[in-house]
Design a protein around this ligand. Structure first.
Ligand SMILES: [Zn+2]
Length: 237
């Protein structure tokens, strides 16, 4: 159920029998020269869509909240089109959103995150709310939590890499420029925090080789990830 499509009256009526709300969170950020800036929101939105259908088949309804588009992206901020929200701003913004949903009466707040830079602020916001309300918050970082499954489908994983590119080939093939898909895995022995570190770790906004991406792999990833989340939620809702 997409929340933004309901009137307040419909929402008020439906929430009486719905325990969970899922909030997709992403970023507006450089994803190589081959993927759109909205990649980290497009993926959670598609996973949410599939998840909602799967849960419905099991007789469970959830609300899908409108996504939070802007996220925290320090390392990729040097590339045009990355709109970085400071970690503390994001933490407080997400905290207020979670607070509102808890006050609306939801007991299960699910954050479906599409972007690595958001993780620390999301955890902090969730801890604050969990300390205040009687709610359970699930933070799902889809590309990390289901890494084992994804690694059986893709030969590698990474920012704008084989996995994300495959997924985007399913969601919006017209926005993927495979002729511009190139890159390689870069890793530093320790985390280095400095201005323009993105040039070193994410040249052109990529950290993986996306050449092996295919629509078939993307379809498999979206299915297994939404299946896995559905399984987790069936046990909790
Ligand atoms: Zn991404």
């Amino acid at each position: 159920m997409k929340m933004e499509e309901l009137s307040w009256e419909e929402f008020a009526k439906m929430k009486k029998s719905i325990r969970a709300v899922l909030i997709p969170v992403g970023s507006v950020e450089a994803h190589g020269k081959h993927l759109p800036l909205g990649t980290d929101v497009f993926a959670p939105l598609e996973i949410s869509r599939r998840l909602e259908k799967k849960l419905k088949r099991k007789g469970i309804d959830i609300f899908i909240a409108p996504p939070v588009w802007y996220g925290h992206s320090f390392v990729l901020n040097l590339y045009p089109g990355t709109i970085n929200v400071k970690a503390d701003t994001l933490r407080r913004y997400i905290r207020d959103i979670l607070d509102e949903f808890a006050l609306e009466g939801f007991k299960e707040l699910i954050i479906l995150n599409g972007h690595g830079g958001n993780i620390y602020p999301l955890v902090e916001a969730a801890e604050e709310i969990a300390g205040k309300h009687d709610v359970e918050i699930l933070l799902i970082n889809w590309w990390i939590d289901f890494r084992e499954e994804i690694s059986k489908i893709c030969s590698s994983q990474g920012h704008a890499g084989e996995d994300e590119t495959s997924v985007m080939l399913v969601i919006a093939p017209g926005l993927v420029k495979m002729d511009k898909a190139k890159g390689e895995k870069k890793a530093l022995p320790v985390r280095v925090i400095k201005k323009d570190i993105g040039l070193e770790v994410f040249p052109d906004g990529v950290n993986d080789n996306p050449r092996g991406a295919t629509r078939e792999k993307g379809e498999q990833i979206l299915e297994i990830v939404s299946d896995k989340i559905a399984e987790i939620l069936v046990g909790r809702l």
